[in-house]
Design a protein around this ligand. Structure first.
Ligand code: HEC
Length: 138
């Protein structure tokens, strides 16, 4: 009897671990660390080169701008920016560069960084939702 209990507890533990591993695989919200610090750093650099002539990073910080995207997915946001910016030459940057800039914007809104970088094929599966906050650490 006691033995059965122990193996049931063990089995439960294994199940819980398997579940949490598979949950990490499908990062479905911007709240779950979908970009890396390094990517945001690159995005900041690109923003400085391509956007700073017309925009201050503060324009897109603290949730005011992100809030308008709540309920959409990251692909919507990347494609919108790609098709409109820089205003004098939309689509000039590489697609991955726009994704990096969006990672920087996420950091500007206090969204958590994680281990992996955002890549194009995953963007549609990443849901945009608050809460947003102050710019994260650099
Ligand atoms: C030549 C000037 C110029 C450059 C360069 C530029 N923008 Fe813009 N951007 C504008 C103007 C003008 C607007 C519209 C004004 C507004 O409503 O904020 C705008 C609006 C935006 C918006 C808000 C769009 C919305 O309504 O959601 C975002 C986001 C944005 N720009 C991002 C970028 C990024 C990222 C870059 C660099 C890749 C960039 N911009 C480069 C001029 C520029």
């Amino acid at each position: 009897m006691k033995k059965t209990m122990i193996s049931m507890v063990l089995l439960g533990g294994i199940f819980a671990i398997a579940l949490s591993l598979s949950a990490q695989d499908e990062a479905t919200s911007v709240q779950s660390g979908v970009y890396s610090q390094e990517q945001a750093q690159r995005g900041e650099q690109l923003f400085g080169e391509a956007c700073l002539v017309c925009h201050q990073p503060e324009e897109f910080a603290d949730g005011g701008y992100m809030d308008g995207w709540s309920g959409m997915n990251v692909n919507d946001m990347v494609e919108f920016i790609r098709s409109t910016m820089p205003e004098d030459n939309p689509g000039r940057l590489k697609r991955q560069e726009y994704i990096d800039i969006v990672a920087f914007l996420f950091r500007q809104n206090g969204l958590p960084a994680g281990e992996n970088e955002m890549v194009r094929k995953e963007l549609k599966n990443i849901h945009i939702e608050g809460p947003y906050g102050e710019p994260g650490e650099h």
